[in-house]
Design a protein around this ligand. Sequence first.
Ligand SMILES: CC(C)(COP(=O)(O)OP(=O)(O)OC[C@H]1O[C@@H](n2cnc3c(N)ncnc32)[C@H](O)[C@@H]1OP(=O)(O)O)[C@@H](O)C(=O)NCCC(=O)NCCS
Length: 182
Amino acid sequence: MTIPGPELTPPTPALAEQVLGWRSHPEVLRWFLMQEVDADEVRDWFTSYDGTDGHLVVATLDGRAVGTASVRVADGMGQQGHEPEFVRREGWIGYTVDPAYAGRGVGTALARDALANAFGRLGLRRVQAGCFAANTASWKVMEKLGMRREQHGVRDSFHAEHGWVDGYTYAILAEEWEQGGH
Ligand SMILES: CC(C)(COP(=O)(O)OP(=O)(O)OC[C@H]1O[C@@H](n2cnc3c(N)ncnc32)[C@H](O)[C@@H]1OP(=O)(O)O)[C@@H](O)C(=O)NCCC(=O)NCCS
């Protein structure tokens, strides 16, 4: 039997409430730097989102919100006098899946949508993301979509449970995404 894939949909206030139901689950929080979820901030984000300044998408299965992904637009690096080349030309992606629905391809579908929007609709030239090295599901999502491990930081990240641990940074360029066929 084939398990149906998630539907990807823009955020709504009702979906925000569903996401808040699992976003603070310990299995989710253990991989984030921020250890508290500000419910009002999430509600505001979902309510005010209009797509002009980034990307936010919700994955649903049977109408239930089971994951989210986002693109935050940021400045790249570059020399003074050439700002149009690098100011607001990069993105950072993030994604989260309800642990009850992990391992069903939802995270990969969400990250694929985030990258497609980053390079398509938002016209960014490079997208990055970071994770704890022990967060295998997260870096597998990135590698499945053609992102490159550009940094392996040795014991560069402090984890509440494990102390100093390794971290990874991944990235992909627009031209690599276009050639990759992901
Ligand atoms: C990272 C996360 C979004 C992945 O979502 P998901 O829907 O489970 O991912 P997918 O089902 O698309 O699986 C992607 C790959 O990870 C693997 N994977 C999934 N869960 C795994 C786990 N717990 N341990 C090891 N690998 C895992 C899958 O097998 C798949 O690899 P494969 O195709 O080689 O088999 C999800 O685990 C999550 O929300 N984690 C907590 C929040 C988080 O870490 N966000 C990212 C912060 S950097």
